[in-house]
Each structure stands twice: as C-alpha cells, then as structure tokens.
Write a new protein. Sequence first.
Length: 254
Amino acid sequence: MNTWRLIMDGPADGAWNMACDRAILDLHERGESPPTLRLYRWARPTVSLGRFQKLADVDVEVCAERGIGLCRRPTGGRGVLHADEVTYSIVAGVRDGIPRGVGASYRVLCGVLAEAYREMGVPAELTARPRGQRGVGACYLHATQADLSVGVSKLSGSAQMWIKDSCLQHGSFVISRDAPLEAAVFHVGESGEDALVRETCTVSDVLGRRPGGEETVRAVVQGIARGLGVSLEIGCLTEAELFEAESKTPEYRV
C-alpha cells in the first residue's frame, strides 16, 4: 500500500491557504513533494474567487461590513464563501495513480470524496443535478462535472489545476450554510437565496445534526484513505514549501 502525506493545518489567512496548495503542487511537479492530502480551515469567513473570475461578482461592501476576507484561487471556477466547513486539497499526479485529464481525474477524485461523505453517513454521489449555469458568480448555484450531490441537491464542488503530470484538486466539506449571507455576498437577491436553500444541502442538513469537528476530520481522513487505497502519514509543510508559499501569497490577495 502506498503512503501519502497528511497535513492538518489550523485556521489561516485565505491567500496563505491558496499559496500553500499551489506550493505543494509546484514542488510535487518537480519531484520534491510527496502526494499529499491537506485539510485546513480559515481564520475568518473568506470568499475565494476563481482564478479568472471578476471581482464584480462579489459585493465588496457586504464583505467589508461583515468582516469577510477575499482571496483568489489558483484554480478556476466560481466564488465560494468558506465559513463552517473543512477544506481539503489533494495534490498528486499520474505517477501516483491519478488518471491524466480533467474529466477522468475528477471522476476518480470525486469518487474518493464520496467515500469520505459516506463515512460521515452522507449518501453522496457524483452529480445527479441537471447541467447548466446561472449568470451569477456563486459556485453553489452552478452544476459541474466536479459536483457531489444528495439526490438533486448540490452538496459540494471542487476545482482543479494541472501542471504537467501533477494535479491540485481542492474543495469543501460544508457543515452548515448561511444562505442569506451567501446571497448577499454574491448579490443574487432573494431568488438566489431561495435557490441556495432549495437546491443545495450541507452535512448538517443531511444528518439532521451538526457533527463535531473531530468527527468530521476523522471521517474525511478515513474515507479518503480508503477511496484512494493508500495509507496516510501525518506530516507538515517542508521548508521549501513554506518558502514557496511565502513567495506566492501576494498572488492570491484581492
């Protein structure tokens, strides 16, 4: 059985979190970092914008009034409000058994995430939602090939970036959602708020209770390890990764 590194980081600034994910990816591509599962949180509620997303998709005044941070992801996609969640990133590549290409790798890695949800008692499946997009910048109001759903309710989304044969995929295990706040942040109005309530779900919604943090992390670790067929060994960012992350952090500030 192959061994991957497991990093469990505490709450941190949004731009730093994104720079760490990118640093691990860069060093993995150079053969200097092992395949890695990183679990982390946010020092305050934070909106991460997709790599090419317009800042106009977010109500900056609402963010300032509510103390919500802003950062940009190295990956694409729409905006995500990170709050009550456990965030994951997986960095691995073809040499680690990840199939080449976005579609194939999403199917494998999202299947792995579904194992983690099932470990929590959440019957997640690759998306059963109709494809199509709304003209707004909120990730959770869009259906993509990287979605996991319970029935037709979107549970989570993920985003990817490849450098040669190495892949970064990251996303969120959402424990609970503040739909009015999320609608205000992405200025989608009452109709958007209604859609968030009607068309999405969280771990707490499905379980009918709010799971504890340790319970959630344990389920994520066990489910992902089983889904990947690997053992996970606790580690930390290397000096080289920390140096790379420090240098990249300004790229992800908004």
